[in-house]
Design a protein around this ligand. Structure first.
Ligand code: ADP
Ligand code: MG
Length: 372
């Protein structure tokens, strides 16, 4: 198949796709704005972004339910342009399960296959197979109204999988479920993706879901992709302030570039960096730097090397979170408070109290210089 060594092969490609709603001019909405994306074969890929950023519009263009204003969608290098939704090897699972209420579970699942005129015996076998896949054996004769929300969601999945699509689009499918069920379905969906090898394009505005489930994810804002990577990549190396804030919690520190490996914090203090500034950053008047609360440390007496970036601080607030405690600090040279997250099993005796004077370390290796 012409795969280059080691490089994962592209299954679904989105090329410079744009969707403008409404008349041109002031009223026009660029729901998706010149967006390109390569999704690999056998990948669990997530589109993560706040409400209104264009996730559903992008899915609908992949499904053929919406025509792009410009740009293309390719599956295994073949453009899908011009194919109506039912001719695309793509199925969608919506948040509202969209099951037929007057049909049994089995009939719901069989429907698409019957429309494609598959033999009755084949349809019956496939219904049993996908019911087993989503762990609903024996419920074929029930009506959707006789099932729990989680079970209805599984029927919607089974129905989509029965069509043996190459791509399954999932538009916030877990958002109607309660937290416990949602957590269970996360693992279930991941298992289903790996068991079938189908490309899953999963849409969510929930960062935890995106981190737990995805092989890779794209962070979207205002119709554009800000960053694509593995969950670890995105969490550890956010490139922009939006991504650093949207995924997990970040402390943002503003500093002025003074040397290739150093930012000034006001008149007297410095922040040492582990890596030299990139050329595009070196000339900036002020740069945002992110550090995760769990990467910050409270330190006592002992002198530490420069790269530890140790500053005197005062405890403004303590937030007890059960497994962790967050200590919010006013740090003398910084304009905004810094939150330090401590694991309670490790820190039981060392959690300070409000008003205490402490010292905080912002290790250079954990600092990420962000794009402006
Ligand atoms: P998301 O799924 O990320 O919440 P959507 O893709 O639904 O975002 O919407 C993206 C933007 O496009 C929003 O500003 C929304 O109001 C607008 N939009 C979506 N569908 C239509 C439509 N049919 N007509 C006009 N505007 C639309
Ligand atoms: Mg949506």
């Amino acid at each position: 198949m012409g795969d280059r060594e080691g490089a994962p092969s592209v299954g679904l490609a989105v090329r410079n796709i744009t969707k403008v709603f409404g008349a041109a001019g002031a009223a026009a909405v660029h729901a998706v704005d010149d967006l390109s994306l390569d999704i690999h074969r056998n990948e669990f890929f997530t589109l993560l972004g706040p409400s209104g950023c264009g996730k559903t519009t992008l899915l609908r263009m992949i499904a053929g339910l919406e025509q792009p204003t410009s740009g293309a969608v390719l599956l295994d290098d073949e453009p899908l342009q011009g194919l109506p939704p039912f001719r695309r090897p793509v199925n969608t699972v919506f948040q509202s399960y969209a099951l037929f209420p007057h049909m049994s579970v089995g009939e719901n699942i069989a429907f698409g296959m019957q429309m494609r005129r598959l033999e009755a015996a084949t349809v019956a076998r496939k219904v049993e197979e996908v019911l087993a896949l989503v762990r609903l054996e024996g419920l074929s004769d029930r009506r959707p109204s006789q099932l729990s929300g989680g079970q209805q969601q599984r029927v919607a999945l089974a129905r989509a999988l029965a069509n043996q699509p190459k791509v399954l689009l999932l538009d916030e499918p877990l958002s109607a479920l309660d937290l416990k069920l949602r957590k269970q379905m996360r693992l279930e969906l991941k298992r289903l993706q790996k068991a079938t090898g189908i490309i899953f394009v999963f849409v969510t505005h929930d960062q935890d879901e995106a981190l737990i489930m995805s092989d890779r994810l794209a962070v979207l804002s205002a119709g554009r992709i800000l960053q694509v990577g593995t969950p670890e990549d995105i969490y550890k190396r956010p490139r922009s302030r939006f991504v650093a804030d949207f995924i997990g919690d970040s402390n943002i520190i503003l500093g002025q570039p003074k040397a290739p490996d150093r930012l000034a914090l006001g008149e007297a203090a410095h922040l040492h960096l582990a890596e030299p500034l990139r050329p595009e950053h070196a000339g900036a008047a002020e740069l945002p730097v992110a550090i995760r609360p769990e990467s910050c440390r409270l330190v006592n007496g002992a002198a530490l090397e420069d790269n530890a970036n140790v500053f005197p601080a005062r405890v403004r607030e303590i937030e007890y979170l059960g497994a962790d405690t967050c200590v919010v600090l006013d740090v003398a040279p910084l304009r905004a408070p810094i939150t330090v997250r401590l694991r309670n099993v490790e820190a039981e005796d060392t959690v300070p109290r409000e008003g205490d004077a402490v010292r905080v370390s912002l290790p250079a290796a954990a600092l990420r210089v962000l794009d402006l």
